[in-house]
Design a protein around this ligand. Structure first.
Ligand code: IMP
Length: 431
């Protein structure tokens, strides 16, 4: 049995898309288990750049791809991604869980109103309706993908949902939603997606039993998780290894490996304290060089030094078997690089990262400083990747070793560029 979970160890945007795509070449199936089109994965293949929000990353490699029950789906966005792939001659081998919840127009509307009403306390959401659709799921009147295939059931459920939503929206001058318009639009989506909607729990478990190699692809990052992230400036799903189980119906003992993706520095979209944030010219330089602008919203990301104390917390939550380090090339050209190893609060070193923003905002980072490495060109990084790990600059190898020593987890792969061939595998994830 091979069930490998890929988790963002920071605030999302660690480069999980590229890495899942890389591992997918040797896997049979890629499964997404949480989040929705708030996520954005970029995969570069030759001169083509693919941006996915909902489809799992193995899509372009002809692997089986599954959208699990823990994901929330905006059918219009999903259909657009399928059309985009079709325009490149790709028809993915896709299965969608009938139990995945559906994002409806008022979820998007309510996401915006809620953010406005929260004022200063707004989380800076992607406004894709993620919080509101998960709210309805927990409140037990959400609509699921299966419902789009049954007119009477969908009509009944919409009647109940709209009777509540329209009353709330009216209070805040929001748009009023018409049941019949939504009914006909979403029944059409149901017909267009019918061939993909199925019971994915049985399917994934059977595949595991048949010794297929399965990747479980996380979206966002551990620090954005609803239970173990920095609440309330987080997303609304479990972005952790535990989320891979509930979001797919796979038992914890069937997960064979958990891999944490760590970017060589830190980035964050949205509000909330970031202890190692760089608001100076080094921060601007990293943002520009690392193209740190949201795939989904285009917003400039906040950036900072690598926060290993936060990654250690992510390791506690997920128990990583291996670490993948991404975007090491971006830091090339800096004389010195800082790594945060501890948080100091009221003069004392903390034993574990606090996830309460009111505490976090008062924490001071304790840094170690290491040597930087040269700023090579894209072609030079590709050449280095071709030669292998020993060809990496000495200071970069020391940086990698510092991370391994601190976390006591091996670094199994490093990424030094967006392309597939700018990757160095140190140890195969499937060993
Ligand atoms: P929501 O998931 O749209 O509700 O947004 C909640 C928080 O999570 C905001 O701070 C977003 O910027 C952040 N967020 C959501 N998805 C991603 C992602 O894929 N990468 C990075 N941040 C994200």
């Amino acid at each position: 049995m091979v069930g490998i979970v890929i988790i963002g160890a920071q605030w999302g945007d660690e480069g999980k898309g590229k890495i899942t795509d890389y591992f997918a070449s040797k896997a049979d199936m890629v499964v997404r288990f949480q989040g929705g089109n708030n996520a954005g994965h970029t995969v570069v293949v030759g001169d083509k750049t693919f941006k996915f929000h909902l489809l799992p990353s193995g899509a372009i490699q002809g692997k089986e791809i599954i959208i699990g029950n823990g994901v929330v789906i905006d059918p219009k966005v999903l259909l657009k991604e399928l059309q985009n792939l079709a325009s490149h001659g790709i028809k993915p081998r896709l299965k969608i869980s009938g139990a995945a919840h559906v994002i409806l127009p008022f979820h998007r509307e309510w996401d915006g109103i809620e953010e406005q009403l929260k004022g200063k306390a707004a989380a800076g959401t992607t406004r894709r309706g993620i919080g509101p659709v998960y709210t309805d799921k927990i409140a037990r009147y959400g609509i699921r993908m299966n419902d789009l295939l049954h007119k009477e059931i969908l009509e009944q459920k919409l009647e109940l949902l709209l009777s509540i939503k329209n009353k709330i929206l009216e209070l805040f001058n929001g748009a009023k939603f018409d049941k019949n318009t939504i009914l006909s639009e979403y029944l059409t989506y149901g017909q267009q997606l019918k061939e993909y909607i199925t019971d994915t729990v049985g399917y994934i478990n059977q595949a595991l039993d048949a010794k297929k190699k399965i990747l479980f692809e996380g979206a966002q990052g551990t620090l954005l998780g609803i239970d173990h992230g920095v609440y309330p400036v987080c997303t609304s799903s479990n972005t952790t290894a535990g989320g891979a189980c509930t979001g797919t119906g796979v038992a914890p003992t069937k997960i064979t490996k958990i891999i944490g993706i760590v970017k060589a520095y830190l980035s964050r979209v949205g509000t909330g304290p970031v202890v190692t944030e760089l608001t100076d010219e080094i921060g601007d330089w990293i943002r520009k060089k690392g193209h740190e602008y949201g795939t989904t919203t285009g917003r400039p990301r906040r950036v900072g030094w690598l926060d290993l104390f936060a990654v250690k917390y992510a390791h506690i939550i997920n128990n990583f078997d291996g670490i993948v380090l991404t975007k090491l090339d971006v830091l090339g050209g800096l004389d010195k690089i800082k790594i945060c190893t501890d948080y100091i609060l009221d003069g004392k070193q903390l034993p574990i990262m606090p996830t309460d923003p009111y505490v976090l905002v008062k924490c001071q980072p304790k840094y170690i400083e290491v040597e930087g490495w040269p700023d090579y060109s894209e072609d030079e990084w590709t050449e280095i990747a071709k030669t292998g790990y020993e060809a990496l600059p000495k200071a970069m190898i020391e940086y990698i070793q510092k991370i391994e020593e601190y976390l006591r987890v091996p670094v199994i792969l490093v990424s030094i560029g967006a392309e597939r061939n700018q990757t160095i595998e140190i140890k195969s994830v499937f060993d």
